[in-house]
Write a protein that binds this ligand. Structure first.
Ligand SMILES: [Zn+2]
Length: 223
């Protein structure tokens, strides 16, 4: 049995990018974790912890993390981190933060900018470490679409314009937000169980009928 994020990564590979050699799905929910699919198979690593990037320390003097360490990535870019840093008790922290920032709340904008800056770092690590050719952001925060993708892609594009190395790794247009209407985890779990692929076909049809979305997926996937 696969963990949730690996199942979602498999589902994303099946539905969104079956041609991808290396696909990384990042769940940005209560915590942060990545699922890696290499040549169509989930990559677990020697300790079964491959992709557990939420507990990579990015700031040794940062906030205490539930794991016992300090300044883990998920103390900055998870849904719970947004809630804690913003100090506002809301159900869908990401959507509330985006709405507040759009309404001119400078503190909300600052937190959003910081989330994007750390996503930028994370995408670079994943692109370089795994040689990812597709990176899909999922979970509550990952499904925000444009408010995350536009500034994130801008940063990636800008760096690619300055750095030959950056220009050769995953392109900004290959960083997507997971489409909210497709249960990637269930699709991936079905793929693991080698279940009939009917749900996948259904998902692909729903995706094809959808008008141009805000998730950054290329039009070719939708047709
Ligand atoms: Zn931690």
């Amino acid at each position: 049995l696969e963990n949730d994020v690996r199942a979602a990564a498999l589902g994303a590979h099946r539905v969104l990018a079956p041609e991808a050699e290396v696909l990384v799905f990042v769940g940005l929910g209560t915590g942060v974790a990545a699922g890696v699919v290499i040549d169509g198979r989930p990559h677990r690593g020697a300790h079964g912890l491959a992709g557990e990037i939420g507990h990579v320390v990015i700031d040794p003097d940062g906030e205490p993390c539930g794991c016992g360490a300090q300044g883990c990535l998920e103390t900055v870019i998870s849904g719970s981190a947004v809630r804690r840093r913003w100090g506002v008790e809301v159900a869908a922290a990401g959507h509330a933060l985006v709405a507040a920032a759009a309404a001119g709340d400078t503190r909300a904008q600052g937190i959003l900018d910081d989330v994007v800056a750390h996503l930028d770092l994370m995408v670079q690590w994943l692109a370089h470490t795994y040689g990812a050719d597709v990176i899909v952001l999922g979970g509550g925060l990952g499904r925000l679409g444009d408010p995350l993708l536009v500034p994130l892609r801008h940063r990636l594009r800008e760096r690619a314009g300055r750095s030959d190395v950056a220009a050769r790794v995953v392109g900004p247009e290959r960083v997507w937000c997971a489409p909210a209407e497709i249960p990637l985890g269930a699709v991936g779990a079905a793929a693991v169980a080698d279940a009939p692929i009917r749900p996948i076909e259904g998902a692909a049809i729903r995706l094809a009928r959808r008008p141009e979305g805000r998730d950054g997926l290329p039009a070719s996937i939708k047709t």
